[in-house]
Design a protein around this ligand. Structure first.
Ligand code: NAP
Length: 305
């Protein structure tokens, strides 16, 4: 039996529209009702025929749904939760896909007292945005991390885990604060570094913009892909995960200073020792099936956030 019969998705960008496509493919009998704040996105979703109903307001989309998934930027979760609060069916499960979990959990539980809230984060994405960027296989072979609050209804958690497994994801459960620290290291810091490096390169007057583009294959190109990620989404991630990001950034800054010192003093052994260790980490990631060893790292279609 399917875990949910009527699913509502609010926010039909990259992740919401991928979810809609994946639900259609894996659970075709599910009644899918969606909404988005942007009238142009709603019109596009109708054109693409991604759902059974496209509502003009979030509240109208969630009526009768037994699962509601919020796929809006992290900073918009509280607003959407307030919009749907009075419209939810009594035994609904409310979830989300936000890249930060502590703040979203606090926002959703505050706005939706008495409702089963089970936040989730599919660790899958690309640098693209909007309903045209989504695809049904985005979550296949990827992790989906559930961060239920203490005392959450175990049946609701298991139903949501079953839902994500049917979309091809592997489900892991962890505490929201731990999720935010892990993702600060594996996703948020790398994005911050990419935004910073691309900004620095474009500001360097001694190197022309033409040269930066021409010789970008020397490593810069991969940073530009990450730094092309959605500005609103990432603004919200850094504002919402401030403490964990600042903690990890402090460690990173210290390690960078040590590298600076090694270069200044010609300490080749220190550099080689670090680079050997990091190469092993890369091998472990490829061996774990989290990336391919292909020259472009198989990044034509998938990444993660
Ligand atoms: P996106 O492509 O920009 O889509 C977000 C959509 O939500 C947009 O259509 C946006 O409309 C709409 N929206 C914004 N505020 C709204 C509101 N108050 N009510 C209804 N709709 C609203 O972003 P995305 O990449 O799908 O990200 C969505 C969520 O997934 C974020 O929380 C993000 O942290 C999480 N996530 C992203 C990735 C990734 O790699 N992209 C991976 C995992 C999780 P407007 O265009 O009008 O703003």
């Amino acid at each position: 039996m399917l875990p949910f019969a009527r699913v509502a998705i609010v926010g039909m960008g990259l992740i919401g529209s991928s979810l809609a496509r994946a639900v259609r493919a894996a659970m075709p009998t599910v009644r899918l009702s969606v909404s988005d704040a942007d009238p142009a996105v709603r019109a596009r979703v109708r054109d693409l025929d991604l759902a059974d109903d496209v509502a003009d307001h979030a509240g109208a989309a969630v009526i009768d749904a037994d699962l509601v998934i919020l796929c809006v930027p992290v900073g918009a979760m509280a607003t959407v939760a307030a919009e749907i609060a009075g419209e939810l069916a009594p035994r609904v499960v409310v979830s989300d896909v936000g890249s930060v979990k502590g703040q979203v959990l606090a926002d959703l539980t505050a706005a939706l007292p008495g409702i089963a809230v089970v936040p989730a984060h599919p660790v899958a994405g690309t640098e693209k945005s909007g309903p045209d960027a989504g695809f049904a296989t985005l979550f296949r072979g990827r992790w989906c991390i559930l961060t239920p609050p203490a005392g959450a209804d175990a049946v609701a958690v298991e139903r949501l885990a079953d839902f994500w497994r049917r979309l091809g994801a592997t489900v892991e459960t962890m505490d929201a604060a731990h999720h935010d620290l892990v993702l600060a290291v594996t996703s948020h810091l790398p994005h911050l570094i990419a935004y910073s490096i691309v900004g620095t390169a474009s500001d360097m007057e001694a190197v022309t913009r033409g040269e930066v583009i021409k010789y970008s294959a020397g490593g810069f190109r991969d940073f530009t892909r990450i730094a092309a990620s959605d500005p609103v989404m990432w603004r919200d991630v850094f504002l919402a995960n401030k403490d964990a990001v600042l903690e990890v950034l402090q460690r990173f800054t210290e390690d960078l200073t040590a590298l600076q010192r090694a270069i200044r003093w010609g300490d080749g052994a220190a550099l080689e020792s670090l680079f050997t260790r990091t190469r092993d980490i890369r091998r472990t990631i490829v061996d774990a099936g989290q990336d391919t060893a292909a020259a472009d790292f198989g990044r034509a279609s998938t990444g993660s956030a």
